[in-house]
Unconditional design. Structure first.
Length: 325
């Protein structure tokens, strides 16, 4: 469990991706449903790889599991290189709180960017199954606390690290990151999004939460998809903002939230990642509460999204949970 540094730190930890407790697991758990929070799906050579914050009996202080599928319907796993783990504690930075991974392929290597010890780090591997390792075992940003990394590489080759800083709320920031991914360019650090709208803070808490950023570019415009509210809140939901620059300013979409319990009938739905399937159809993988009465362990699911007239639109009827074959 995390050490309690202060009341504020405690609040922000819970508002982010707090460690799942198996004691919270409702008895009616379905063994076939994959129990992962903050999920991401990476597609490579005909195979879909699913990663996320461990959300069940397996402690998320041990690393990251990975599941595979060829059709997004039947999943196998965990099948990571080290007893189901793609990244194992001890092989890279951190010894607790392994949250919210992102996978990308860059210069013939696979990179995993992730949170541990409330800081952001990365590890590399020759395979999406791992083992992912980083001998330096150092965080990318060495001051403060930050979570939920997302790397965006623009058409001009510039690289940006979007992340959540734990400062008077969970606030989304961005900074240009150096080509070796070891550090950011501090002069570019810019705040992007904070929880200021009614849908982003339905409980009117003093520590508003915006987190889980994903950034994509479409027709010259940058889109940031993010989640808002405490993840334990049934109103946890997904919205988006747009910008003409990767560092903002960002304009929040009037049609947000685009994914919520109101259109999916799923409590606590959000915090995921965009991916394209083998037919180039766009989807958003995310998590939900376990049930109407229990938050944890959170369940992994996906929903189809698309661009329509410059807006991101979700198809609630397409929502499905991800299940092990």
């Amino acid at each position: 469990m995390k050490k309690v540094l202060s009341l504020i730190t405690s609040l922000c930890v819970f508002a982010a991706c707090s460690q799942e407790k198996s004691t919270d697991k409702p008895k009616e758990a379905k063994a076939s449903t994959i129990l992962l929070a903050d999920p991401t799906i990476f597609y490579n050579n005909g195979v879909y790889y699913l990663y996320g914050t461990t959300s069940g009996d397996f402690p998320n202080g041990e690393g990251f599991q990975v599941y595979t599928s060829s059709d997004l319907k039947d999943w196998k796993g965990p099948v990571g290189a080290q007893s189901g783990l793609a990244l194992k504690k001890g092989d890279a930075f951190g010894d607790k709180g392994f949250w919210a991974p992102q996978i990308l392929e860059y210069q013939n290597k696979f990179y995993m960017f992730y949170t541990a010890n409330e800081n952001i780090a990365f590890a590399t591997s020759s395979s999406p199954l791992g083992p992912f390792k980083n001998e330096s075992k150092e965080p990318i940003i060495k001051t403060g606390n930050q979570i939920d990394p997302f790397i965006f590489i623009d058409e001009d080759g510039k690289k940006y690290l979007y992340h959540v800083r734990l400062t008077n709320g969970n606030r989304i920031f961005a900074a240009e990151i150096n080509d070796d991914f070891q550090s950011i360019k501090p002069e570019t650090l810019t705040e992007c999004i904070s929880g200021t709208l009614p849908w982003e803070n339905t409980q009117n808490v003093s520590w508003p939460v915006t987190e889980g950023p994903t950034v994509i570019k479409h027709n010259g415009l940058y889109y940031m998809i993010y989640s808002a509210n405490d993840f334990r809140n049934i109103d946890y939901a997904v919205g988006y903002a747009t910008s003409k620059s990767p560092l903002g300013p960002w304009e929040k979409a009037e049609d947000s939230p685009i994914i919520s319990r109101k259109n999916t009938k799923q409590n606590g739905i959000g915090h995921g990642d965009v991916f394209w399937d083998k037919n180039n159809k766009m989807h958003y993988v995310l998590h939900t509460h376990y049930s109407e009465s229990g938050v944890s362990p959170r369940k992994a699911g996906m929903i189809s999204i698309e661009f329509k007239d410059g807006k991101i639109v979700a198809d609630p009827a397409s929502f499905q949970f991800l299940k092990i074959n």
